[in-house]
Design a protein around this ligand. Structure first.
Ligand SMILES: [Zn+2]
Length: 307
């Protein structure tokens, strides 16, 4: 961008052409993740105060307020009069209600791209906090970062973007099911779900994209992102039916979208030694991988929504 700005000369015609080129470049410009903001979100969401964000606890209430404040300050609008959309948990040994946090950015079309990440985790067990930095403070941090970046573009995306931090994923994707039901009742057509769950601890520098087996129309764009932006290795897969645990089609909140035949892409890393352990902390995060994963996902969204 700086290089383009420098070549504008005093010759009016030439300057005008350059200005047009510059504007065109600006509107499609790659988004640039703010690493400080991203890491601060990860740190806050996986902090002791949030106490592992178990559904129905004070810890998750704090996380919910943090997310709402970020949505609000970034400049999203709440989908309802309230940022919080409660739903019945219908699960044993859990509080009766879960709460999704949902905001939106108006696009040229009322059809929506729904970006999701669950913000609940396992809480405290045997006096040990399960901080859930990778699972899934990481996905929520990228969700917040995407909200900041896309509002700041000040141009309407092609589709309305719904940003949803979901509760009770660990209890059986309950927040995901509740959101899909809510969107259907509200008659909001959904073009695509992009779900993020565990996007920071990629120890082989690999980030998986699951979903193109079911929705092959999305493959060319994912391939393109892999080639153009990825400082991580973007791998397609984990979506072949009948492959048992290797099939992640129903493993997180994209599952309820897929069940309704709504196309999805799920970004996530493979299981690692910190998975569902108290050691899944901010400190054990490989920051460089996380930053590049965030950049890759936001670049994909940018391409899909603005080009
Ligand atoms: Zn998770």
């Amino acid at each position: 961008m700086q290089v383009r700005a420098k070549i504008i000369t005093h010759r009016t015609g030439y300057a005008f052409i350059c200005l047009l080129l510059f504007c065109g470049f600006m509107s499609h410009a790659q988004v640039s993740v703010d690493s400080t903001r991203l890491m601060n979100a990860l740190k806050a969401l996986s902090s002791q105060e949030m106490a592992g964000r178990l559904s129905g606890t004070n810890g998750i209430s704090r996380a919910r307020i943090f997310i709402k404040n970020n949505f609000n300050y970034a400049g999203l609008h709440p989908l309802e009069s309230n940022w919080f959309i409660p739903f019945d948990m219908k699960a044993k040994n859990y509080p009766s209600q879960g709460v999704n946090v949902v905001g939106f950015l108006k696009g040229e079309s009322d059809s929506a791209v729904v970006v999701t990440a669950h913000y609940d985790h396992l809480g405290v067990k045997n006096k040990e906090i399960y901080f859930g930095a990778d699972d899934n403070a990481s996905g929520v941090s990228v969700l917040l970062e995407a909200a900041w970046l896309f509002v700041a573009k000040k141009t309407a995306p092609k589709y309305t973007i719904i940003f949803a931090a979901l509760d009770a994923e660990e209890t059986g994707l309950l927040g995901g099911y509740a959101l899909v039901e809510y969107l259907q009742k509200a008659n909001i057509p959904v073009k695509l779900n992009v779900n993020m769950d565990m996007v920071s601890k990629g120890y082989k520098n690999e980030l998986y994209v699951c979903g193109t087996y079911h929705y092959p129309q999305l493959k060319p764009l994912v391939d393109l992102i892999g080639k153009r932006y990825a400082k991580v290795v973007l791998k397609l897969g984990h979506d072949i039916p009948g492959s048992g645990h290797d099939d992640w089609t129903m493993s997180s909140d994209h599952g309820p979208f897929h069940k309704q035949k709504i196309p999805f892409l799920y970004f996530g890393v493979e299981d690692h030694k910190y998975y569902h352990q108290p050691t899944d902390t901010f400190e054990t995060t490989p920051f460089s991988f996380f930053y590049h994963a965030a950049e890759t996902i936001t670049c994909f969204l940018n391409d899909y929504l603005y080009q």
